[in-house]
Design a protein around this ligand. Sequence first.
Ligand SMILES: *Cc1c(COP(=O)(O)O)cnc(C)c1O
Length: 853
Amino acid sequence: MSGVKTEAEKRKQISVRAIADVEDVTSMKKSFNRHLHYTLVKDRNIATTRDYFFALAHTVKDNLVSRWIRTQQHYYEKDPKRVYYLSLEYYMGRALTNTMINLGIQGACDEALYQMGLDIENLESMEEDAGLGNGGLGRLAACFLDSMATLGLAAYGYGIRYEYGIFAQRILNGEQTEEPDDWLRFGNPWEKARPEYTIPVNFYGRVVDTPDGKKWIDTQVVLALPYDSPIPGYQNNYVNTLRLWSAKSPVDFNLKFFNDGDYIQAVIDRNIAENISRVLYPNDNFFEGKELRLKQEYFMCAATLQDIVRRYKVSKFGSREAVRVSMDNLPDKVAIQLNDTHPSLAIPELMRILLDQEHLSWEKAWDITVRTCAYTNHTVLPEALERWSCSMLENILPRHLEIIYHINFLFMEEIQKRWPGDMDRMRRMSCIEEGHEKKVNMAHLSIVGSHAVNGVAWLHSEILKSDLFKDFYEMWPEKFQNKTNGITPRRWLLMCNPSLSDLISEKIGEEWPSHLDQLAQLKKLATDKKFQTEVMKVKQENKMRLASMLEKDYGIEINPASMFDIHVKRIHEYKRQLLNVLHIITLYNRIKKNPKGNFVPRTIMIGGKAAPGYHTAKKIIKLINMVGRVVNNDPVVGDRLKVIFLENYRVTLAEKIIPAADLSEQISTAGTEASGTGNMKFMLNGALTIGTMDGANVEMAEEMGEDNIFIFGMRVEEVEALKAKGYNALDYYNSNPELKLCVDQIKDGFFSNGNPSEFSDLTDILLKWDRFYLFADYEDYIKCQDRVSEVFMNKKKWAEMAIHNIASSGKFSSDRTIAEYAREIWGAEPTWEKLPSPHAKGPQSTAQNNGML
Ligand SMILES: *Cc1c(COP(=O)(O)O)cnc(C)c1O
């Protein structure tokens, strides 16, 4: 394929971006060969591509460590407010290329490998994704780490080192199957185990009253072993830390068995404790109240809080105090951000530490806790909200349940004072939900225990205030904020789309990766014919590269002139992949009805994982594949319509697909997608969006102007009105013949070899109890898609709109998001300054410790 660059072209492209220093290249080669020999114990005769990857990764890591140590020393010396980001998910993807770019050594590495006769892209492809996340929430945490380091914040990510990340998806006969993601099989070159900082975490046991206060005794201990990974800022010499905990049995675990003489069984049973960090729960936007998941959440919170308190006490500020370190100033030196309610046990855990270990009064402890913690809500879907059963909590965390009850008791008193006799309000707001089974509403607990609560896009934050958390907003309006999500422009443009990056740098200079607002300078070039041609040439090359990759993987011939219409995200009813399928079938029927007609050719790609237990989502995947089989094999259709289900969508695949997209599908029911971040990645890479007025789409439309985006469908108010009036899918089905035909075909077995029961679950939902109103938006969606096709034929207009998209995406840098969190929630000031390079001569740190605290 002509879109694939030759080796010489690739090298030229990189050399524009980073001119390699001869000395750097020489030392890089030396280091690489040293690692191949001493670390991997291989020579060039027997080394595999994977060995070369590891040798390169270790070489790159060597370039990190001085900066890493010096950054931590710098934090110790300056002792700024520490920011702790707590998340059960970090969807990091690969680290190698990102690290080389952020360190500014990509040119030197590329040249060194070229001189040694190795293909760097081959090596890069050997790296396993760190897939410790499900989708948007986990990827957000990863983008935030990159931005916090780039802004010079003294920030730490804390989470779990899952032995198995998000499963690998395989499609067999059109159906999803899951394979375990054994990502650590060949080792992780980036992490550093720190067994010397192992921390005990308690479970079960009972609570007793002592003269010294409450005590939690007779517990079972699991050890939390920290693994640190470096998080380099963008060319600023900062390197922050992501600390992930791994569960480890204490030596005396199951000692009872040992005493019974069954030594072998006792050793085998050590696995039980270590299961806590075994596997990531594969649910996106869904709460499954499993005991092991509760243990994961507490394990992470307990280990992290002990670490936070320890670091506070040994900090310059903490250790200035004599003998007993006062906890009073914790909120001035520490900010804790909760990524959804998953880490919300941090609130009762901090209370437990302050009450039972530091012996503070309830009032003092509560004041410190609330001023330290802040909570980010990520969804309004009821099935996603965490509600842990009280009986499970009582068994596993008895002391925490007591504390939660007392928090709630005092909270109810406060409501009673302000709204005397308003029992219904107390019931609505309580952290404890009565009913068949008593449950703790973790969102309510998080609001009560935090000084700031934020949604992740303007619309979502408004819905929190007016609907889901209305009562709380009435009580504490000052707690509620918005922080519109963002993405890191380093990974999602500079790294994944080097040709577009070079083109942009040619026009506006090289500062944009850390000052994304500067992309606005491209607006004046939107109608520039030459620039339009250049942008569309890059897009075409990206499309060709993707096409040749897909042709290899799927054996389908792809028309590179067709519109690449892409819908990638987790498979979920609210994201409405089924609405896209209805459009596909509509296009198919139109071609069949008018075989000689002129149709704008489309290659429609849908990708995403379904939670293994989510039956409807798995059926949706099967339907997409079955529709694809009919469409792709119909000779009448030819190259005018192709449907591809992209297997195993993940960060690494997103990096390949997004730069090649013409059209981005963001079609959730208005009011259901909290923000979306996939939408932003496409916009930044010059795809046009077809979308509803939902999540951050609203702000994207505002930034680029409604002329540059294809908006359709009900607004939130219209969805609400329809819900109030009563939605009847049959009204739409019976009055729209194109819609009726599509649904009847699915129902009658047209896509399932004549088996009418195959997709009856889906058609029953659509016709009888669809919570996401697909038919109500169908007609407008189809009309809007027709407009998309029309504009796609006007290449000049399309290019102009694409440039407007790129030029308007500055707001969606996660640097902007993080700067807002820092100033408006954390009380920490982004520095944007550089640390001196480790090679620069200057005064060495006087820190007594090595700073890797
Ligand atoms: C960005 C991203 C997401 C989030 O996509 P949405 O469209 O916002 O749901 C999910 N998965 C991966 C791999 C991503 O990179």
